[in-house]
Design a protein around this ligand. Sequence first.
Ligand code: TYD
Length: 209
Amino acid sequence: MTESTSSGKFITFEGVDGCGKSTQAEKLVEKLFEIDISAVTVREPGGDPISESIRKLLLHAEESMSDRAEALLMISSRAQLTDKVILPHIINGKWVVADRYADSTLAYQGGGRGLSVNALDEINNFGTYTLKPDITFFIDVPIEKADERMSVSRDRIEKEGLNFQQRVRDQYLTIHAKDPDRVVLINGEQSIDKVFEDVWSAMKEKFSL
Ligand code: TYD
């Protein structure tokens, strides 16, 4: 399905830690700029002063955090970002590129932590004002490869280990299988440029660029 370029669009990048999605999100914003589409980038958790405070709590809390508290904080950070940043931009016709969004909670807190994906989906709907990305790029890499690419200084969630990351990846694969029209699976094992070629080709098709 193709769409017109006249209104704001919402594009998200997803994948396990170390998959390379942040690099691809940056490349996409540059490429859009080249064709005179100015896009705003946001990252999750974070992207707004209140959401960034929640991010610090989520990623660097010293005390052990309950899985449900973690999920709800992820979603409250998202609610703030959606209301204050993403929706106003989209309503004004801007394109928004997000480094992680609602699918991260289904993958990490659902797949990784084992919380109910259905329950998280409903709370996500509440937190996102039911906003759905127009297109999502799931940059898929085997977790061993992603682990090699990850920086040495890891946050609380990145420290969870390979079994956790494997469950996260599996849940992303399920999300893609359930909604392949929105969630485009990209082979992240290729070179940065080749991965971007795949991203751009899907963008061109989706938005008639
Ligand atoms: P990320 O910003 O990708 O890490 P980095 O700053 O290293 O690029 O995400 C931070 C961590 O938060 C990452 O391990 C994934 C996790 N996360 C969740 O567990 N659930 C969520 O809903 C989101 C948005 C992120």
